[in-house]
Design a protein around this ligand. Structure first.
Ligand SMILES: *Cc1c(COP(=O)(O)O)cnc(C)c1O
Length: 218
């Protein structure tokens, strides 16, 4: 059951945060609802959960406008790649974008926010392991991207990353935290089903949890 699972994840997070040397609070749990049956999502909403993550604009547009009508206070997080031709839809539907990773997309979001007269919270996605095939701005290029954001009037409030899947995540989470501190960015989106406890201990303010909350995707 969603609410029982959520409670046990919260208690793991509380213990991780209590044991951390950092003065931090329990991170916000983003329930990653991609490829989950609509009934599971409804169950989560009825249980009172409000933060959800989707990685595909198209899929999110099929599910969320109706759910946002039916339940108030939903915060929808875009955690997947954004193409500039989908920016208009993304800005309309989502409340937080975790995947700003290049000047073109930053520019497109800033323009679209102005057009829609909407402010949207953004995080910069960092390719924290500097992996060739992976999305995200390289750590060395982060300063330039943040400077551009401030020139465009786009608020970047934090950093997001997915560490290399074949290595222990802790050093990468610690590096992301260090980068965020250096740039005075309060939000840190890191940690998934397999490593959210480690991420919480190292200062995550958002953890993005799919299968550990909802079960296997369809
Ligand atoms: C799918 C996804 C998650 C959730 O993954 P789980 O392993 O199911 O918790 C988190 N972050 C991103 C970016 C994702 O695409």
């Amino acid at each position: 059951m969603f609410s029982t699972t959520l409670l046990s994840i919260k208690s793991v997070l509380d213990q991780a945060v209590a044991a951390s040397p950092l003065a931090i609070a329990r991170p916000t749990i983003i329930a990653v609802s991609k490829q989950q049956p609509i009934e599971r999502i409804r169950e989560a909403l009825i249980a009172g959960h409000r933060d959800f993550g989707e990685n595909r604009i198209q899929e999110a547009m099929q599910k969320w406008p109706e759910l946002k009508e039916a339940f108030s206070g939903i915060r929808l997080h875009l955690i997947g790649p954004l193409q500039s031709n989908k920016t208009s839809e993304a800005v309309r539907l989502f409340d937080v974008i975790h995947t700003v990773d290049r000047p073109k997309i930053l520019d497109a979001i800033a323009n679209e926010c102005q057009r829609q007269n909407k402010t949207i919270a953004c995080l910069a996605e960092v390719n924290i392991g500097a992996e060739p095939q992976k999305a995200g701005v390289l750590p060395d290029d982060l300063s330039d991207l943040l400077a551009l954001a401030s020139r465009c009037g786009l608020l970047i409030c934090g950093l997001m990353a997915i560490p290399p899947h074949d290595k222990p995540p802790a050093p990468y989470f610690a590096l992301l935290k260090k980068l965020a501190t250096r740039h005075h960015l309060p939000e840190l989106s890191m940690g998934m089903s397999n490593d959210y406890e480690t991420a919480a201990r190292l200062g995550a303010t958002y953890v993005r949890i799919g299968t550990a909350l909802f079960g296997a995707r369809i």
